[in-house]
Design a protein around this ligand. Sequence first.
Ligand code: HPA
Length: 274
Amino acid sequence: MEPYDKIMEAVEFIRAKSLLQPRVGVVLGSGLGEFAARVEGAAAIPYEEIPHFRKVSVAGHAGRLVLGTVGGAPTAVLQGRYHYYEGHAIEDVVFPVRVLARLGIQSLLLTNAAGGIGRELQPGDLMIIRDHINLMGLNPLRGANDERLGPRFPDMSAVYDPAFQEVIAAAQAEIGRTPRHGVYLALSGPSYETPAEIRMLAALGADAVGMSTVPEAVCARHLGLRVAGISCVTNLAAGISKAPLSHNEVTETADRVKGDFMKLLTLVIPKMEK
Ligand code: HPA
């Protein structure tokens, strides 16, 4: 079956479950899935039920598509994402974003947990992604291009919509946080970085490092969606603090800031509908 036909099969399945026409899409990162409970009038569909969606394996990721409204904006929330390090093909990692685009979203908010590299970043900060560096070693658009999805050589000179960055910064100020912007760098994982690698990434201009988001962002721009990104800085990157890194620390920090994270999304999502 053609990749495009798989997308349309998933779309038809979802349309049969919910009449909602989502305008905004959201991807919830590690430890940040609780926001899905804030979606009003929600229908939740487990990924396993949707044709061509893979099973989700990481602890802290639920694996449901939640359709409803946030501050009145019809929204499709991906509660849990597929990571390349889980062994999924990169086409499967970006598949849900393509399905949301065909369901009708115009803009996409990507969230993740990340290690802080930039000097001013502290665990608990919610960094507005200004740009990214793709060091995952692959591109989700490799292979035959389907012009129905987007162009062969999509522009990446402004992946993260400047107007959305302003919306997020204003919302941060509204909840009493100092807005921080930065460059997110993606590696394939799943091991965390060495201190030498973090020094290299700092020299390359990275402010935060993680194992996701970039494939979805590239794919979303290919589809012509407007994109926003927020990194929850869950820990200082390797070597910046002396402490070893652990997934527990990542989920603990995400848990600690989830109140502000959810307030932020509640403010931002309705403004992304416009
Ligand atoms: N490195 C890579 N990915 C991460 C980190 C990190 O320090 N923290 C959360 N995700």
